[in-house]
Write a protein that binds this ligand. Sequence first.
Ligand SMILES: [Zn+2]
Length: 74
Amino acid sequence: MASPMASCLICSRTTSRKYCEYHHKSYDKLASEYVTWKRALGEMSWEDYLRKLLELQETGSSIKDVIAKELGIP
Ligand SMILES: [Zn+2]
């Protein structure tokens, strides 16, 4: 049975997950960087981490799209 298709929460690409292939890749990157950050800087919440990344110039725009969606920023 095929998995139900829906639209990515950020763009209009179809996906069977929360995000399309493209945005899912950014989400994966965020999640693995989170582990690295916590190892280097100590315990921090997922939301604090996302807010810090949003302020960084070097954070890519597709990653910022995912962060805004995760934080519920329109
Ligand atoms: Zn997408």
